[in-house]
Design a protein around this ligand. Sequence first.
Ligand SMILES: [Cu+2]
Length: 163
Amino acid sequence: MRRALMMSLMTLLLTVWPLITLAGTASETVDTAVQDRADNFWFGHRGRMSDVIRTITVVMQGSRFLPGTIDVKRGETIRFLVINRDPIAHEFVLGDVAEQAAHEKEMASMPGMPMTDPNGVTVAPGKTGVFIWMFTQVGQLQYACHLPGHYQDGMFGQLNIHD
Ligand SMILES: [Cu+2]
């Protein structure tokens, strides 16, 4: 009798265990879905190295971007080499004017937080950042730095996505 109870408990556990494991997998799937959504912007998403068709070098110097204007084509995957020649960190963040304003607000609310957004890269003093982006729509963007005061001081450039 006792043995039979033990056996049925074992059976129950064996039946439930895969469900518990599945539950864990399900929540990971949700996290990935959230990650995917966060990675998608109206103008594109993170690109793959194997799709890169050209490299554009951007220099950050004197809290300015060089060049000040970049032209790309819809459908292009660009590798940005972002060279920071300043003794302070800078960001290279892609977005339209409204998205830049939102990011500016976000950065102001948590000073010193390293950026984790998929649409940009933070580059340490004297370092070079690599950032790959696939442009999917025609439009006007800015690339900007949102370290305190930099955007207001004019640390942004114009990026045009053409047909
Ligand atoms: Cu900056």
